[in-house]
Design a protein around this ligand. Structure first.
Ligand SMILES: N[C@@H](CCC(=O)N[C@@H](CS)C(=O)NCC(=O)O)C(=O)O
Length: 159
Protein backbone atom coordinates (compact mmCIF):
# COMPACT_ATOMS: atom_id res chain seq x y z
CA UNK A 1 0.00 0.00 0.00
CA UNK A 2 1.48 3.38 -0.96
CA UNK A 3 1.90 6.17 1.57
CA UNK A 4 -1.11 8.52 1.55
CA UNK A 5 -0.38 12.00 0.22
CA UNK A 6 -1.94 15.16 1.59
CA UNK A 7 -2.07 18.18 -0.71
CA UNK A 8 -2.35 21.04 1.76
CA UNK A 9 -1.50 24.62 2.69
CA UNK A 10 0.23 24.84 6.07
CA UNK A 11 -1.77 27.83 7.31
CA UNK A 12 -5.18 26.51 6.29
CA UNK A 13 -7.21 25.41 9.33
CA UNK A 14 -9.11 22.91 7.13
CA UNK A 15 -5.79 21.28 6.28
CA UNK A 16 -4.61 21.47 9.87
CA UNK A 17 -7.74 19.58 10.99
CA UNK A 18 -6.90 16.74 8.60
CA UNK A 19 -3.25 16.74 9.72
CA UNK A 20 -4.44 16.50 13.33
CA UNK A 21 -6.64 13.49 12.59
CA UNK A 22 -3.82 11.78 10.67
CA UNK A 23 -1.46 12.45 13.58
CA UNK A 24 -3.91 11.24 16.23
CA UNK A 25 -4.35 8.03 14.27
CA UNK A 26 -0.59 7.77 13.67
CA UNK A 27 -1.01 7.49 9.91
CA UNK A 28 2.16 8.23 8.00
CA UNK A 29 1.51 10.77 5.27
CA UNK A 30 3.48 12.59 2.61
CA UNK A 31 2.77 16.30 2.78
CA UNK A 32 2.69 18.30 -0.45
CA UNK A 33 2.31 22.06 -0.15
CA UNK A 34 -0.28 23.14 -2.73
CA UNK A 35 -0.35 26.71 -4.05
CA UNK A 36 -4.06 26.29 -4.65
CA UNK A 37 -4.53 29.87 -5.90
CA UNK A 38 -2.48 28.95 -8.99
CA UNK A 39 -5.31 26.54 -9.90
CA UNK A 40 -3.04 24.24 -11.90
CA UNK A 41 -4.67 21.61 -14.12
CA UNK A 42 -3.23 18.89 -11.84
CA UNK A 43 -4.78 20.47 -8.75
CA UNK A 44 -8.16 20.92 -10.48
CA UNK A 45 -8.04 17.32 -11.67
CA UNK A 46 -7.50 16.19 -8.08
CA UNK A 47 -10.31 18.43 -6.80
CA UNK A 48 -12.49 20.33 -9.30
CA UNK A 49 -13.55 22.77 -6.55
CA UNK A 50 -9.93 23.99 -6.47
CA UNK A 51 -9.72 23.75 -2.68
CA UNK A 52 -7.32 22.16 -0.24
CA UNK A 53 -7.05 19.79 1.56
CA UNK A 54 -7.01 16.85 -0.83
CA UNK A 55 -5.93 13.44 0.44
CA UNK A 56 -4.78 10.77 -1.98
CA UNK A 57 -5.45 7.46 -0.31
CA UNK A 58 -6.51 4.00 -1.48
CA UNK A 59 -6.20 5.11 -5.10
CA UNK A 60 -8.71 7.97 -4.84
CA UNK A 61 -8.57 11.70 -4.23
CA UNK A 62 -10.61 12.65 -1.19
CA UNK A 63 -11.62 16.26 -0.65
CA UNK A 64 -13.67 18.36 1.80
CA UNK A 65 -11.96 18.23 5.15
CA UNK A 66 -14.89 16.82 7.09
CA UNK A 67 -15.48 14.06 4.53
CA UNK A 68 -11.77 13.22 4.72
CA UNK A 69 -11.88 13.07 8.53
CA UNK A 70 -14.90 10.78 8.52
CA UNK A 71 -13.25 8.52 5.93
CA UNK A 72 -10.18 8.26 8.19
CA UNK A 73 -12.39 7.58 11.20
CA UNK A 74 -14.20 4.76 9.40
CA UNK A 75 -11.04 3.23 8.01
CA UNK A 76 -8.98 3.63 11.20
CA UNK A 77 -11.45 3.48 14.12
CA UNK A 78 -8.70 3.64 16.78
CA UNK A 79 -8.25 5.95 18.55
CA UNK A 80 -11.90 6.85 18.31
CA UNK A 81 -12.37 10.54 17.50
CA UNK A 82 -16.11 10.44 16.74
CA UNK A 83 -18.36 8.69 19.27
CA UNK A 84 -20.82 5.95 18.27
CA UNK A 85 -23.97 7.33 19.87
CA UNK A 86 -26.02 9.14 17.23
CA UNK A 87 -26.69 12.36 19.19
CA UNK A 88 -23.07 12.60 20.27
CA UNK A 89 -22.05 12.19 16.60
CA UNK A 90 -24.36 15.05 15.64
CA UNK A 91 -22.79 17.20 18.36
CA UNK A 92 -19.27 16.48 17.11
CA UNK A 93 -20.34 17.45 13.57
CA UNK A 94 -22.08 20.60 14.84
CA UNK A 95 -18.97 21.73 16.70
CA UNK A 96 -16.68 20.97 13.77
CA UNK A 97 -18.84 22.81 11.22
CA UNK A 98 -19.39 25.73 13.61
CA UNK A 99 -15.68 26.06 14.27
CA UNK A 100 -14.70 25.72 10.60
CA UNK A 101 -17.19 28.39 9.49
CA UNK A 102 -16.47 30.81 12.29
CA UNK A 103 -12.70 30.49 12.25
CA UNK A 104 -12.57 30.84 8.47
CA UNK A 105 -14.86 33.87 8.41
CA UNK A 106 -13.51 35.71 11.46
CA UNK A 107 -9.84 34.76 11.52
CA UNK A 108 -8.41 33.10 8.40
CA UNK A 109 -9.95 35.54 5.93
CA UNK A 110 -8.82 38.53 7.98
CA UNK A 111 -5.35 37.38 8.99
CA UNK A 112 -4.05 34.75 6.59
CA UNK A 113 -5.70 36.02 3.42
CA UNK A 114 -4.64 39.60 4.14
CA UNK A 115 -1.11 39.02 5.42
CA UNK A 116 -0.03 35.88 3.61
CA UNK A 117 -2.20 35.14 0.59
CA UNK A 118 -2.20 38.70 -0.74
CA UNK A 119 1.60 38.71 -0.68
CA UNK A 120 1.91 35.27 -2.28
CA UNK A 121 -0.62 36.19 -4.93
CA UNK A 122 0.85 39.68 -5.42
CA UNK A 123 -2.62 41.05 -4.76
CA UNK A 124 -1.73 44.29 -3.00
CA UNK A 125 -1.21 45.33 0.61
CA UNK A 126 -2.98 43.92 3.68
CA UNK A 127 -6.02 45.80 4.93
CA UNK A 128 -4.94 46.88 8.43
CA UNK A 129 -8.48 46.92 9.80
CA UNK A 130 -9.11 43.34 8.70
CA UNK A 131 -5.81 42.21 10.24
CA UNK A 132 -6.74 43.85 13.54
CA UNK A 133 -10.17 42.18 13.52
CA UNK A 134 -8.60 38.81 12.79
CA UNK A 135 -6.06 39.22 15.58
CA UNK A 136 -8.80 40.06 18.08
CA UNK A 137 -10.98 37.19 16.96
CA UNK A 138 -8.25 34.59 17.07
CA UNK A 139 -7.78 34.96 20.78
CA UNK A 140 -11.47 34.89 21.64
CA UNK A 141 -12.41 31.93 19.43
CA UNK A 142 -9.26 29.91 19.47
CA UNK A 143 -8.50 29.97 23.18
CA UNK A 144 -12.10 29.19 24.12
CA UNK A 145 -12.33 26.39 21.60
CA UNK A 146 -9.01 24.74 22.29
CA UNK A 147 -9.53 24.99 26.04
CA UNK A 148 -12.94 23.36 25.71
CA UNK A 149 -11.80 20.70 23.31
CA UNK A 150 -8.72 19.59 25.20
CA UNK A 151 -10.55 19.57 28.52
CA UNK A 152 -13.47 17.61 27.14
CA UNK A 153 -11.58 15.11 25.05
CA UNK A 154 -8.27 14.95 26.85
CA UNK A 155 -6.21 14.83 23.69
CA UNK A 156 -4.38 17.03 21.28
CA UNK A 157 -1.71 16.43 18.69
CA UNK A 158 0.43 19.32 17.57
CA UNK A 159 0.84 19.55 13.81
N1 LIG B 1 -15.20 23.22 2.97
C1 LIG B 1 -13.82 23.06 2.57
C2 LIG B 1 -13.13 24.41 2.68
C3 LIG B 1 -11.67 24.34 2.26
C4 LIG B 1 -11.13 25.73 1.88
O1 LIG B 1 -11.88 26.71 1.76
N2 LIG B 1 -9.82 25.80 1.71
C5 LIG B 1 -9.23 27.04 1.25
C6 LIG B 1 -7.84 27.22 1.85
S1 LIG B 1 -8.00 27.70 3.56
C7 LIG B 1 -9.12 26.96 -0.26
O2 LIG B 1 -8.66 25.98 -0.78
N3 LIG B 1 -9.57 28.00 -0.95
C8 LIG B 1 -9.50 28.05 -2.39
C9 LIG B 1 -10.79 28.45 -3.02
O3 LIG B 1 -11.76 28.76 -2.30
O4 LIG B 1 -10.84 28.44 -4.24
C10 LIG B 1 -13.15 21.99 3.43
O5 LIG B 1 -13.60 21.81 4.57
O6 LIG B 1 -12.23 21.32 2.96
Amino acid sequence: MSTPRLYHFSLSPFCRKVRLVLAEKKIEVELVEERYWEATPDHLRRNPSGKVPVLKMDGVFLSESHAICEYLEEKYPEPELIPHEIKARAEVRRLCFWFDDKFHHDVTKNLVYERVNKKLMRAGYPDGRAVKTGATQISSISITWHGCWTTAAGWRATV
